[in-house]
Design a protein around this ligand. Structure first.
Ligand code: NAP
Length: 504
């Protein structure tokens, strides 16, 4: 059928009112999927001042994505211009802003507006924003991310420190680091990147390590001008590179969820990498007491070099307190510092909070998630009709790129919206029974994953069980891209009158 005929046919159908919360990776992926499916009317609420989500919020020195850019990008907007194998935070943010603007998403986005609450009226979602306005939507898509709320440790005396204290995700670029002694608390992906970047740039870096990390070595090659030209002229090459990376990650993912050869191989690689630390005492301090990948694997070609520098100190004695001038550790030593950086991670289980979300029959999100965040297939919840999550609970995250996950979930959401547009239903939500079965299956599979092999991490729920998809990302993609089974859903029939987008 010619395109114009299809467009006219779509225009004659009823159009849903769609609200999207968040203009980060998953918000952009969802909006682009809506556009491709002919849903031209939607509103994106973004509390920040620009697109980019986590890549807008995180701007600390040394921020680099540890997934190759040829894969950490949208499959519908391949970028031939990546400057390196692993791109920096600013380059990724610029890419996301460009993808969004090229699609005119700025015209759909209300920047600086926070959604504070959403209530299901029985018919539609009433969304309350920080300005006090209430707007109504047939569908609410929550693309709010999960590494979003900085976790600030409760260290005694932290408020007494006289120098600047900043969380890595709230970097204050006005703080001058030249000539300063900088303390970094935390050795996750963030802390290790920060130390690698600050080493040699300031007179002293002190890294306070509570738990050692396994480090996967890599080489962050630059793409030459010739390489970029070739990628620009041959889009097939970009698609091939995406597919190759995807295959490599699929292999890696097997090691995450099944004990076996891949897991043993990665353990061998990281142990060998640790061997590059020459001083036996330092090597001992940097040796984790758990399996590689149990915590999110840190990928770095710089960290071990940085930590062996004479102007970088690793402190493994626990932090006792902070005082006006620095950090005092449990061994009684004082570490005088000028700036303190908290690379202490995020509350990864907050998901859509602090939005006050109330579903059908007055059930709140906090009530629904009293035992921890639970969803059906990562995107929907019982009692919350027509509410979709992007990268919701138990989505395949770990070292997997969120771009791919958000695209696959967007396809599922668009599938439901198409059916609504065709008049097949008014509201849809998964049944409590299907959701319980789904979560029980995941919990049963969790013990064979590497995340359950005996370490502390943000992957674990309140009960110590990993809250991640316990099979390969490929298996998730297959699940989420299949036709939903009607038996798993409560669907209310279509309203007789066709509603037109924008009508309140
Ligand atoms: P994280 O992995 O949660 O690490 C937090 C670090 O802070 C851990 O070393 C933790 O120690 C330490 N810590 C927390 N509270 C502490 C306290 N009270 N005293 C001493 N140490 C404390 O956080 P993150 O490094 O910010 O990374 C979070 C996630 O962001 C990553 O897992 C990843 O998904 C994402 N990320 C990705 C990239 C990328 O390149 N793609 C870069 C950065 C971040 P314990 O280990 O002992 O708990």
């Amino acid at each position: 059928m010619p395109k114009t005929v299809v467009a006219r046919a779509i225009a004659r159908q009823r159009q849903p009112r769609i609200g999207i919360v968040g203009a980060g990776i998953s918000g952009i992926a969802a909006a682009a999927a809506l556009q491709r499916a002919g849903f031209g009317e939607f509103t994106i609420f973004e509390k920040g001042s620009d697109f980019g989500g986590t890549w807008r919020e995180n701007s600390y020195p040394g921020l680099v994505c540890d997934v190759p850019s040829r894969y950490y990008q949208f499959s519908f907007a391949m970028n031939p211009e990546w400057s390196r194998l692993y791109s920096t935070g600013p380059e990724i943010k610029e890419y996301l802003c460009r993808v969004a603007r090229e699609r005119g998403l700025d015209r759909h986005t209300r920047f600086g507006i926070e959604v504070v609450g959403a209530e299901f009226s029985g018919e539609d979602w009433r969304v309350t924003t920080s300005t006090g306005d209430v707007e109504r939507f047939d569908f609410l898509l929550c693309a709010t991310g999960f590494l979003h709320h900085p976790r600030v440790p409760t260290i005694p005396g932290l408020a007494e420190f006289t120098g600047p204290v900043m969380h890595s995700a709230r970097w204050d670029h006005a703080v001058e680091l030249t000539g300063k002694r900088v303390g970094v608390i935390g050795t996750g992906s963030t802390g290790t990147q920060l130390v690698s970047a600050l080493a040699g740039q300031v007179p002293k870096v002190v890294l306070f390590q509570r738990t050692a990390q396994w480090i996967l070595p890599t080489v962050n090659r630059e793409y030459t001008r010739v390489a970029k030209t070739v990628y620009r002229r041959l889009p097939t090459l970009g698609r091939a590179a995406y597919a190759c990376n995807r295959a490599a990650f699929a292999l890696f993912s097997r090691g995450l969820v099944h004990p076996g050869l891949t897991r043993r191989f990665i353990q061998w690689v990281v142990a060998r990498n640790l061997g590059s630390v020459r001083d036996p005492e330092l090597r001992r301090q940097l040796t984790p007491d758990y399996q590689a990948m149990c915590k999110r694997l840190v990928v770095s070609d710089r960290f071990y070099k940085a930590i062996q520098r004479p102007d970088v100190e690793l402190v493994t004695s626990g932090i006792d307190r902070v005082d006006a001038h620095g950090v005092v550790t449990a061994d009684g030593r004082r570490h005088d510092l000028d700036v303190l950086v908290l690379a202490t991670g995020f509350d990864a289980h907050a998901f859509m909070r602090p939005m006050a979300i109330t579903g059908a029959d007055g059930r709140t999100l906090d009530q629904a998630w009293a035992e921890g965040p639970r969803a059906f297939e990562g995107v929907m919840m019982p009692d919350f009709p027509n509410l979709f999550m992007l990268v919701g609970p138990h989505s395949p995250v770990a070292n997997h790129p969120l771009t791919a996950v958000a695209e696959a979930q967007s396809a599922r959401i668009v599938g439901w919206l198409r059916r609504w547009r065709a008049g097949e239903f008014t509201t849809v939500a998964p049944t409590a029974a299907a959701t319980a079965r789904y979560n029980a299956r995941m919990r049963a599979a969790a013990p064979s994953t590497v995340w359950a092999t005996g370490c502390q991490s943000w992957y674990l729920g309140k009960d110590g069980i990993p809250e991640l998809w316990p099979w390969t990302p490929g298996a998730y993609e297959k699940l989420i891209r299949r036709e939903p089974d009607p038996a798993d859903y409560t669907v209310s029939p279509s309203a007789p009158a066709h509603r037109v987008a924008g009508r309140k």
